[in-house]
Design a protein around this ligand. Sequence first.
Ligand SMILES: *Cc1c(COP(=O)(O)O)cnc(C)c1O
Length: 572
Amino acid sequence: MEAREGLLYEHEECIRRINRIAYFSMEICVDSQIPTYSGGLGILAGDTIRSSADLGVPLMAITLLYKKGYLRQKFNEQGYQQELPEEWNPEEVLTQLPTRIQVEIEGRKVTVQCWLYMVKGIEGQTVPVYFLDTDLPDNSDFDRSLSYYLYGGDERYRLAQEIILGIGGVRMLRKLGYKDILRYHLNEGHASLLTLELLSEYNNAGKNNWDVEQVKNRCVFTTHTPVSAGMDQFPYPLVEQVLGNIIPFDLLKGLAGEEKLNMTQLALNLSHYINGVAKKHGLVSCEMFPGYHIDSITNGVHSVTWVGKYFAELYDRYIPGWKLDPFSLRYALNIPEEEIWNAHQMAKEKLIGYIKKSSDLKFEKDVLTIGFARRATAYKRADLIFYDLNHLIDIASRKGKLQLVFAGKAHPKDQPGKELVEKVIHISRQLLLADNIKIVYLENYNMELAKILTTGVDLWLNTPRKPQEASGTSGMKAAHNGIPSFSILDGWWVEGCIEGITGWSIGSAANLESIEAEEADSLYKKLEAEIMPAYYNQKERWLNIMRHCVAVNASFFNTQRMVLQYVSNAYL
Ligand SMILES: *Cc1c(COP(=O)(O)O)cnc(C)c1O
């Protein structure tokens, strides 16, 4: 009881602060016990919130509660993905608040409650996170089900969820007592409907005087995908049925597109500051959306969250204060090589133990181990390294053994993504008795597994099809643990790659779009001629690379730097 009162007191303090930033995101991962995320977007939101708390930025965050999470991944005998609900109990990790609001969906009044989670920063400052929830007896079964699945259901389900997030979110903040909100940050287009709620608030005088400029002045929009298929678009008849007439339709069409309600376009038209999530992605976005000024703020990861236990002990000893000041990770160049190696090998042992437990495969501690884990979807090309399987086997027989660890969930409706997972699992079974290569695909990629992988492998592989990787963040987690990346020059790696110093590039920077055969060839050549010799025969060189990953990349690709840029470029 006391803990709850303390929490609620701190919460009241947050509401009283001034110049607040309201951060809206369809998915947020604040805690590995709360499975309300599917991948990079939610992890980034969580890391943003954690760094905001560390820095004392007066931010609060709004998302939806998903009682059955995204999905729990299991493989059947054929290696085909099965999806189970991710069961969890909000009462164990969140605090239910008595505040309720209503939104209209298909003409029905839907009651929304919210749950609170307080993220605590290093020096005790807090960021409240609100999870909106419609699973209440007052609501119809359909309306209750809107709080079950992240990215589940059809267009109607998704639009209804986005009404709860955008419109319900603003109403909930008002009801909680937030009055003075300086900026609304739309983390991806899912939250765009909040702009309509703001428009109608400012029109409260009822004079049909829609103050677009005033809303624009309040909103900041971050776009996360360079692929138009990844953007939400709703046909207007559905919008009319589900959302109704929150603002006049001709005004809506002018702001959100004539053909369909395009959530990205709505956000672009109602935000005064727009950014992509890496320099390259900013430029790609400018081409996609001519006529808008689009800046870029390169993503990062929350250093304290993603540095493994053994490296954290090293940093504590050699770089005291790194947690509050991750820029100081640049001094990692002074950490003795032996100690880097020992810390890394301990993390690797933990990974090997995990693999043994979950697959019964025995990975070896002194074999070059490559990690690949991300959402399993076609453009991420988990199978590029198997482009010419015999070539890969041949390299391993001549240059030293290889171990490959894969993980990643496919969206239930992403057939090609699911087939990709199956393909990798088939190859791993085919090579079960091979002498020089071991491959494992671990089930149910999530935050915890991501940490085991990005601290325990020797090399982090990323092979997206250009130019589809907006940023990518898992390689940044690896860099925080001294692990070099081996990646296509897309997203963050355009900025992070110093060839042979922080890792290696795959393919040519000159090609704007991927040419698969060339990239596979480049991958094999570099693996054979550079990476394996460095790992197996030039230990000192390898350790120097590990130190540079931390000094050059972890010191920059962290959310502390990123949040400071949002504060100075976007919020203020
Ligand atoms: C970091 C992370 C991601 C994002 O990885 P990318 O490199 O951006 O693809 C996805 N899922 C989980 C569980 C993560 O921890």
